[in-house]
Design a binder for this molecule. Structure first.
Ligand code: NAP
Ligand code: MG
Length: 495
């Protein structure tokens, strides 16, 4: 892959990198049924709507399965089952017994990790390396972590009683389907709530697999209900009068609709919304590591991550050098079959999302920014976008302000600490940020002043179930993960 040149610098041979022999994960380790019903009251039930819709593999547009479309009557059934399970079983159960069920779910996810990874990659288009090494283990870890809290709430909330809320309605997006389900379901169950979860339209399959796992774990019927459908199904859940809490992860646009719909009701609400993270490289940073962190932050998940490092700020003195390194690295990224273990960048999740990204690629050029894209070949079928970066970007440009949700990086420069704080915080969003520097004092100075829920230092996109995650400003409110993640699911009263 690399050859030594006379002056001792390493030159990458991109053709060799791209010509790695395929290392395909086998589809045969995954079972996908041709049709899935709604998981209500512990059973798979035919939808009252009588309607089904297809879910496809975005890397080749082949149909994988069809899933039920829940209408308002189906949502009513699911909420009724959750209410009954809450009143009759779950809220009365000893916390240590609840914990056993959650541990069991975690262990079965681990046992089925390979199958779940394959299905996540087929349904959503992300590289198998991501599903296998991040999404699925992280989903199991969330269940393990919150199982541990279930019988220790008195230590989580000293001198207070932590009472469950009742029925939680949970709505998740398509970019981390199983992980988002775990983020939502695990803390709700640990605190004694029951759940109706709606998965995203383009990626319903791992949530339905989770329903099978929940059945296998023998969770009492109705404690978790998993329904599929589009935006209208989500809206029916949000507007249901017998729901005590809505947990939503998705776009800021839909988050605002939900905030309006729940205003003036007794429903508790948490919103995990969009982002436009500033990734900041100072001149004293270890530049090769920083470049790798930038690549990881924006390209490895096709940029389809709420906390993706989509705005890169480089200190002026090293900008030229970093941009050169980034362009070289862009060329070496392997774009292609998500099931191939060599693949770095997979497919875009849907045609609609690809069109949004393409719209922004045009806007960037119209605004006068300079576009540079990888020269890689793209597959004929499916939804694909070359890893792209823009230089000569102005702070006011739409590509620097709006969430693109694709493998597109906007690069800007800065000179001083005050200037970078001003620029990084000049965004309607505030979900995450990254700082690359050799100086610990600079890291502390930056983390204090950056208005972002998470600030990574000399790394990017790292997650752990013990660490809370959530945003400022239009990135939403409330926290998921860690001890903080229990709070949105309890009412606290004095002992
Ligand atoms: P989305 O369009 O807002 O959809 C999110 C979920 O809401 C989906 O299940 C969707 O159903 C449903 N929905 C759509 N309209 C609704 C309505 N009126 N009422 C209730 N539910 C409704 O977002 P997305 O395109 O799936 O996901 C991408 C967005 O999620 C990005 O903005 C990203 O930043 C954000 N995100 C945030 C976080 C975080 O933690 N902050 C994490 C991941 C993603 P359909 O799928 O059927 O449309
Ligand atoms: Mg799909």
């Amino acid at each position: 892959m690399a050859t030594k040149k006379k002056n001792n610098t390493i030159k990458l041979n991109f053709d060799t990198v791209r010509n790695y022999a395929p290392a395909l994960e086998s589809k045969s380790a995954a079972t996908i049924k041709p049709q899935y019903d709604l998981f209500i009251n512990g059973k798979f039930e035919k939808p009252l709507s009588k309607k089904y819709f297809s879910t496809i593999n975005p890397s080749n547009e082949e149909k994988l399965s069809e899933v039920a479309e829940a209408n308002t009557a189906d949502v009513n059934r699911a909420v009724k089952a959750a209410r009954s399970a809450y009143e009759k079983v779950w809220k009365k159960m000893a916390a240590k017994e609840r914990a056993k069920y959650i541990f069991r779910i975690a262990r079965i996810i681990q046992e089925k990790a390979r199958e779940l990874s394959i299905i996540e990659t087929l349904d959503g288009g992300k590289p198998i390396r991501e599903s296998r090494d991040f999404d699925i283990p992280a989903a199991a870890n969330h269940f393990f972590y919150y199982a541990g809290w279930a019988d220790k709430l008195e230590y989580a909330f000293p001198n207070r009683n932590a009472n469950p809320l009742g029925v939680a309605g949970q709505i998740i997006p398509w970019n981390f389907p199983l992980l988002m389900a775990a983020w939502k379901i695990a803390p709700a169950l640990a605190t004694g709530n029951t759940v109706v979860l709606k998965s995203a339209e383009t990626t319903p399959l791992t949530a339905l697999k989770l329903a099978e796992i929940i059945q296998e774990a023998d969770l009492p019927a109705g404690v978790v209900n998993i329904i599929t459908g589009g935006g209208e199904t989500g809206a029916a859940l949000v507007n249901h009068t017998d729901i005590n809490k809505i947990a939503f992860t998705g776009s800021t646009e839909v988050g605002k609709i939900i905030q309006k719909a729940t205003a003036g009701t007794n429903k508790k609400l948490t919103l995990e919304l969009g982002g436009k993270a500033a990734n900041i490289i100072f001149e004293d940073a270890a530049l090769d590591e920083a470049v790798e962190g930038v690549i990881n932050g924006i390209y490895f998940n096709q940029g389809q991550v709420c906390c993706a490092g989509s705005r890169l700020y480089i200190q002026e003195s090293v900008a030229k050098e970093v941009i050169k390194k980034l362009k070289d690295r862009l060329e070496s990224l392997i774009v292609g079959d998500p099931l191939d273990k060599n693949t770095d960048v997979g497919a875009i999740n849907s045609r609609q999302q690809l069109e949004t990204i393409q719209k922004y690629l045009k806007i960037g050029q119209q605004e006068g920014a300079e576009k540079y894209e990888s020269s890689c070949a793209l597959p004929q079928k499916g939804f694909w976008c070359r890893p792209t970066l823009f230089t000569n970007v102005a702070q006011s440009n739409r590509i620097a302000q709006e969430e693109i949700f694709g493998p597109v990086l906007a690069i800007l420069t800065f000179r001083t600490d005050d200037e970078i704080i001003e620029k990084a915080n000049n965004s309607p969003y505030g979900l995450s940020a990254g700082v690359w520097t050799d100086k610990g004092s600079k890291i502390f100075n930056m983390t204090k002043r950056l208005k972002a829920g998470v600030v990574w230092a000399n790394t990017f996109n790292k997650f752990d179930p013990t660490a809370p995650f959530g945003g400022y400003k239009e990135s939403g409110y409330g926290r998921e993960g860690g001890l903080h993640g229990l709070m949105p699911y309890v009412n606290l009263s004095n002992k």
